[in-house]
Design a protein around this ligand. Structure first.
Ligand SMILES: Cc1cc2nc3c(=O)[nH]c(=O)nc-3n(C[C@H](O)[C@H](O)[C@H](O)COP(=O)(O)OP(=O)(O)OC[C@H]3O[C@@H](n4cnc5c(N)ncnc54)[C@H](O)[C@@H]3O)c2cc1C
Length: 467
């Protein structure tokens, strides 16, 4: 077991609280969910100087229903150990429209990477542990509660901290209730994926929910046509599509469409396998999972709780690409949480590009100056207030960053999805053009984003007209 990790079996006497739980200790940051968003948030917060507890209800390494397709955008954000889990690098995509009108887009150099999520997510967790995160798997969070916590001498049994970080006055605290005890922190990051509890607590408002179904099948023995090649089909149901993503020894065969017609979704998967001649290929794993995306008005923060990744509905609505959204929002959430909970974290960067940074830096400077001067209780209370304001501003920088960078990508993705739902055949034809193919490859390589596409007036006029 890696350093700093924990699992249910590793614990002492039955009934005793595990060492990470209990009222007497206060974590800087608790992260719920150890997918790409959670482990990245935890690692970034720890690197920013925060004491971080990362919880996941699954035992790791865990299976995750996902194509495992990684854009260049994601490759740029992951540690080397996660990059080492790449099993296939795609140079060729075969497109079909309801199994017809095939065409192939081939490039001499690879433009899309493929991972199996159990290895990829484990590598990200290991990197978080390496950075000092305390990881506990097999622990389900059942509920959360925000309270004001008093300093150590609090007489009312509220559970003061052993080492109170605010010299005077109370400070907001989040307590998570799990099936193995409770734990508290100054900031909670919800990264518990689609349908997660923390997203519900924050009030995430969803613009759409899809059902994805996948079969992991053994690589056919005559594998010449499968390796390093992706297959994509646009389905008959509005917005649906199917894929084959190659791995080292297997193929991930999947379909996705709006939630609500599970029989139709299953039929599409069976027809897709049949079309590809994969009906009789050995099925290693069959599973399904929901994906979800937020409306632009949807909140990302409630009090000391922020949400990242799919818990926040951060996903591109057309391709349903979610890993780059999880990695980016996770990193920003971790930076903001470190800035909100530690003095060193306040200087690590997220805030520097945003307006709220000024407030944060000024308030922290005030707090430091007060502390250095050895001021009395009144000054301490002022410092605590200033630090509280700074902490709040730090969390707001997270919200501002998601709104500035990820939201525009989601808005464009949503428009393209609307166009795709109405004029699927035209989207197929556009991808066949040299400009469409070029854009697709650049998008996969992370050389451009949908937000940048939005600045292209002619393209957006066409998309608007179609949608
Ligand atoms: C069929 C399908 C195919 C996809 N293919 C791709 C693809 O090829 N490329 C791509 O970029 N995206 C793809 N996606 C989307 C992608 O899988 C998600 O967007 C991504 O996994 C989101 O990461 P996350 O860290 O936010 O959440 P997740 O990866 O979902 O992680 C959430 C974690 O939270 C844990 N958790 C949940 N509830 C609790 C709780 N109460 N207590 C403790 N832990 C909890 C879970 O065990 C899980 O480990 C696909 C999605 C589906 C459904």
């Amino acid at each position: 077991m890696p350093r700093g990790s924990d699992s249910p079996d590793a614990d002492a006497p039955p009934g005793a609280s595990p060492d990470w739980a209990g009222d007497s200790d206060l974590w800087d940051v608790i992260v719920v969910g150890a997918g790409p968003a959670g482990s990245t948030a935890a690692r970034t917060a720890a690197l920013g100087g925060a004491r971080v507890l990362l919880l996941d209800r699954a035992r790791f390494p865990r299976y995750k229903t996902c194509g495992g397709g990684l854009l260049g955008e994601s490759l740029a954000l992951i540690p080397e150990a996660a990059r080492a889990t790449i099993e296939s690098s795609v140079q060729e995509t075969v497109f079909t429209d309801r199994f017809r009108r095939p065409f192939t887009l081939r490039r001499p150099a690879a433009y899309l990477a493929m991972v199996r999520r159990q290895e990829f997510d484990q590598a990200l967790v290991d990197a978080a542990v390496e950075a000092g995160v305390h990881f506990v798997d097999g622990v389900a969070v059942r509920g959360i509660e925000e309270t004001e916590r008093m300093p150590a001498a609090a007489p009312d049994g509220l559970g003061g901290t052993a080492e109170p970080r605010c010299a005077a006055g109370s400070h907001p605290t989040v307590t998570v209730r799990t099936d193995r005890g409770s734990a508290s922190a100054r900031v909670l990051i919800g990264a518990d994926g689609a349908g997660g509890r923390i997203g519900r607590y924050v009030g995430v408002d969803l613009g759409g929910i899809d059902l994805g179904l996948e079969d992991e099948v053994a690589m056919p023995s005559d594998d010449s046509g499968w390796r390093d090649r992706v297959f994509l089909d646009w389905g008959a149901a509005a917005g649906s599509y199917a894929w084959v993503f190659p791995k080292r020894d297997s193929l991930t065969v999947g379909v996705i469409q709006r939630k609500g017609s599970p029989d139709e979704t299953r039929d599409y998967l069976a027809a897709w396998r049949s079309h590809l001649g994969l009906t009789d290929a050995a099925t290693l794993h069959s599973s399904g999972h929901l994906t979800q995306w937020r409306t632009t008005a949807s909140p990302l923060r409630r009090g000391q709780v922020i949400v990242a990744g799919e818990s926040a509905g951060l996903l591109e609505p057309w391709t349903r690409e979610g890993i780059s959204f999880a990695l980016r929002s996770g990193a920003w959430a971790g930076e903001a949480a470190a800035a909100a909970t530690t003095r060193t974290g306040a200087g690590i960067g997220v805030a520097t590009t945003l307006a709220a940074a000024t407030t944060l830096a000024d308030a922290d400077a005030d707090a430091d100056a007060d502390a250095d001067a050895g001021a009395g209780a009144g000054a301490d209370a002022g410092a605590a207030t200033a630090h509280g304001t700074a902490a709040s501003a730090a969390l707001d920088t997270y919200v501002a960053r998601v709104r500035a960078v990820l939201e525009p990508e989601q808005v464009v993705g949503d428009r393209i999805l609307a166009a795709f739902e109405r004029r699927r055949g035209l989207v197929h034809a556009l991808l066949r053009t040299p400009a469409g193919a070029r854009y697709f490859v650049r998008f996969c390589r992370g050389e451009t984003t949908l937000a940048r596409l939005a600045k292209h007036r002619v393209v957006m006029r066409v998309v608007r007209a179609l949608s």
